[in-house]
Write a protein that binds this ligand. Structure first.
Ligand code: GDP
Ligand code: MG
Length: 295
């Protein structure tokens, strides 16, 4: 049998479980999982290599009606990605009704020639009949080559998904070494971890208005310690106070749990210093967007 390889992208509304699915397939915490929408802003590639094939996953920013410059940028990145890849996975969750967000995505998909698979995630929350209802709703649209129900969190049905992808994958070379699972610079992963922890600790107090820049990441000479200095940017002075918290307690909490995850990821002791700065309307500024590595 000829070697198969190709690029697969996972799209879908925020929170449908894209990162969870990737993490399950790859088996390591590479894409960032969060119960907050849109933590995955960068294209994180995970590489799944088995005997005879290699799938390169691209976790695109969510497709949704853009509300500002960052939103526009994200939608453009998604569109470009969709036309370039070999297979598109559209993930939906257990909701029985298609919302306006789903319809926007489906319209976008109709105009793109790439083969598409629909993945119905979170079936652990559904009855069999309900899965069938969702299946039939999407079948009627004639957009998808296959429809695969699964539970990313339990890993149920993931094998069938890999098989379905493999059917659509073209013959191709092994692009990356077999032991490589991501090409994302460690810095970006570290910054996503800090962002994820901050959003988790902040609840909805500072909605979407933060970004994390890594100012320094350096291994100490002849010691197994990595120094990481990072800045959390927020839009308002009042947000800064919220992020720091009473007696700096919240920032300490964010730092502590981020440090634990970074240590697990890099397998090394981490000294993490966190700062908070106000950068008004950072989302509207292209310059800022570039600085944070979205381009
Ligand atoms: P993303 O925004 O699409 O990347 O979604 P995430 O992977 O961050 O997941 C969003 C939330 O859905 C998290 O709280 C996950 O634990 C949860 N989730 C993901 N997959 C499943 C699943 O198969 N079943 C259930 N019950 N929850 C899931
Ligand atoms: Mg995600």
């Amino acid at each position: 049998m000829k070697y198969k390889s190709g690029f697969v992208t996972i799209i879908g509304r925020p929170n449908v479980g894209k990162s969870t699915l990737l993490n399950h397939i790859i088996g390591e915490k590479m894409a960032i999982v969060s119960d907050k929408p849109q933590t995955t802003r960068n294209r994180i590639q995970c590489i799944y290599t088995e005997d005879g094939f290699q799938i390169i996953f691209i976790d695109t920013p969510g497709i949704h009606k853009p509300k500002n410059k960052l939103g526009e940028y994200m939608v453009n990145v998604s569109r470009e990605t969709l036309a370039e890849v070999d297979v598109i996975l559209l993930l939906v969750d257990e909701s029985l009704i298609m919302g306006p967000g789903d319809k926007f995505i489906l319209e976008e998909l109709k105009s793109i020639k790439t083969d598409k698979i629909l993945v119905i995630n979170k079936i652990d929350k559904l009855k069999l009949e309900e899965v069938d209802i969702i299946k039939n709703n999407y079948k009627e649209l004639n957009i998808f080559k296959e429809i695969i129900p699964l539970s990313a969190i339990k890993g149920k049905g993931v094998d069938s998904l890999i098989k379905a992808i493999l059917k659509l994958l073209p013959e191709g070379p092994q692009y990356f070494p077999a032991d490589m699972i991501t090409d994302q610079p460690e810095r970006q992963i570290v910054s996503e971890i800090i962002r994820e922890k901050a959003l988790h600790y902040l609840d909805d107090e500072v909605p979407h208005g933060i970004a994390v820049g890594i100012d320094l990441m350096r291994k100490r000479e002849d010691k197994d310690i990595i120094d990481v200095n990072a800045t959390i940017y927020c839009e308002r002075e009042s947000h800064k106070g919220i992020i720091i918290g009473k007696n700096g307690r919240k920032l300490k909490g964010i730092g502590k749990s981020a440090r634990q995850d970074i240590e697990a990821l890099l397998g090394s002791q981490i000294y993490l210093e966190l700062w908070v700065k106000v950068e008004k309307n950072w989302r509207e500024k292209e310059k800022q967007i570039k600085y944070f590595g979205y381009k």
